[in-house]
Every structure is written in structure tokens, then in C-alpha cells.
Design a protein around this ligand. Structure first.
Ligand SMILES: [Zn+2]
Ligand SMILES: [Zn+2]
Length: 254
């Protein structure tokens, strides 16, 4: 399994793109950096997008991608999201005001885009991949994910503050090749991390203690670009073994 990091940041700024991971060129996990990262031919190869939650930095390229696909793709692009996230996309995004309803364009029977809701605790299949969502602790309905192709697997935390079920699931998954964990704000903004459902280096360190046997490398993502330097300093001083910061352009071979 090849995991291409298209965006690994908690905000958009020159040199920083928001969260988006591409699995084997065909499955996108979050859509914060698709259209600005890939040529049209690569975008046309993506059959499925799985979303962790409805926040703009994770969904913003779904509407932009839909716009590019008109007339260029035979089958609909399938977007998989929790029921709450699907409702938000329908009501607040594809509502004909913020953006056209691409689930009915060019026609309701042959749309550019299909929205497929999933239950937040029920595994489902997407192509050759098994996706296990796990509810995490954020300000809107959000899931972490374990993505597996039967041989390799990785887990991604989604946007979350301190949480429990996700770590239990990670502990119970054998053969995990990578563990992607959010860390958004420096310790000085702990209050903001707490009210917005995010981690700081301090709470990250506490969360990682919930992994008694850490076998997979830990990759940190969703660092807020305005606080990148402070975050790197604080993370470095923790001296956590096997923990690295992920960047756009990284490729993980699992
Ligand atoms: Zn986010
Ligand atoms: Zn969020």
C-alpha cells in the first residue's frame, strides 16, 4: 500500500496544505489538498473519498473536484462520510447556493458525485479496502479511521482531543504500518485545543501512553501553520521515540 501525503497541515498557507492522504492513487482520505496537488489524470483515477468529518479544511476539495469531473468521468465519484457529515454536506455545501448540487448534475440518475453515509462505529468496504471508523472527540461528528487492504494497514486519528476508543482500536489492530495522529496547537494554546477538540504536544504525550506496545511509527499531522515553529520546538523537546512530523509530499510505503 502506498500512502501519499498531499496535505498534512491544520491550515492553508504558502507551503502548507490542509489534510489529504491518497491511498494507491485511488482512495482519498479527506479532501483538503486534492485539486491543487494533482494533475487532472490523477484526479480522474480517484474512485472514492472517505471523510473524517465536515470541517472545511477536510472537505473543501470535494466540490472543486466535482466541478473538474463534469464531462471527464463516466462513473460517479463516491464520497463516504458519517450520517452527520453527509447531512452537513447536503444542507450547507451542495445546496445550490454555496455550490451546485453535484449529486443531481448532470442528472439525478447519472450524477457526478454520490454521497454514501456510514455508521460511525461500523466497518465498511470501499473497493479493495476495509475501512473501520471510530468516533473521536471533536466539535462535530468525527471519526478516526483504520484503513486496510488485507496485507497492510494504517490508522489516522482525525481531528480529536483526548479520546479512548480510537486507541483501543489501534491497540487491537495487528500489522499496523503507520499511525497518523493530529497535533494542532502549541502548549500555550492548551485552552483553545481543549475547547476545539484538538491535541497539543502535552496532551499528545498523554495520549501516546494509551499505546502500551507501540509497533508502528507515529506520524504527526494537522499542525497549525501559524504555530509550526513552536510546535516543532515543543515536539522535539519531548524526545518521543519513533514519532515524526508528516509533510505534504511524503510517501509512506506500507
Ligand atoms: Zn481540521
Ligand atoms: Zn475539524
Amino acid at each position: 500500500m502506498i500512502l501519499d501525503v498531499l496535505g498534512a497541515s491544520g491550515g492553508e498557507l504558502q507551503g502548507h496544505r490542509t489534510t489529504s492522504f491518497l491511498v494507491d492513487g485511488v482512495l482519498a482520505v479527506d479532501a483538503g489538498a486534492l485539486t491543487a496537488s494533482l494533475p487532472l489524470e490523477a484526479l480522474l483515477r480517484i474512485d472514492d473519498v472517505v471523510l473524517t468529518h465536515s470541517h472545511l479544511d477536510h472537505v473543501k476539495d470535494v466540490p472543486l473536484l466535482a466541478d473538474l469531473l463534469v464531462g471527464n468521468r463516466e462513473r460517479p465519484l463516491r464520497v463516504h462520510a458519517s450520517r452527520g457529515c453527509v447531512a452537513t454536506l447536503r444542507e450547507s455545501l451542495f445546496n445550490g447556493r454555496l455550490w451546485p448540487d453535484f449529486t443531481r448534475i448532470p442528472g439525478p440518475d447519472r450524477p457526478i458525485l454520490e454521497l454514501h453515509p456510514f455508521e460511525t462505529s461500523t466497518p465498511f468496504e470501499v473497493g479493495r479496502y476495509r475501512i473501520e471508523p471510530v468516533p473521536v472527540s471533536h466539535t462535530v461528528e468525527t471519526v478516526g479511521l483504520v484503513v486496510s487492504d488485507g496485507r497492510a494497514a494504517f490508522a489516522v486519528s482525525g481531528d480529536t482531543g483526548p479520546t479512548a476508543a480510537f486507541w483501543e482500536r489501534v491497540n487491537g489492530t495487528h500489522g499496523l504500518g503507520a499511525l497518523l495522529v493530529e497535533t494542532s496547537f502549541p502548549n500555550a494554546l492548551q485552552w483553545l485545543a481543549d475547547v476545539s477538540g484538538h491535541l497539543t504536544p502535552r496532551t499528545l504525550e498523554q495520549e501516546l501512553r494509551k499505546l502500551p506496545r507501540r509497533t508502528a511509527p507515529v506520524w504527526l499531522y494537522h499542525l497549525k501553520p501559524a504555530h509550526q515553529a513552536a510546535l516543532e520546538r515543543e515536539l522535539h523537546s519531548l524526545g518521543l521515540d519513533g514519532v515524526k512530523i508528516l509533510s505534504a509530499g511524503d510517501r509512506l510505503q506500507l
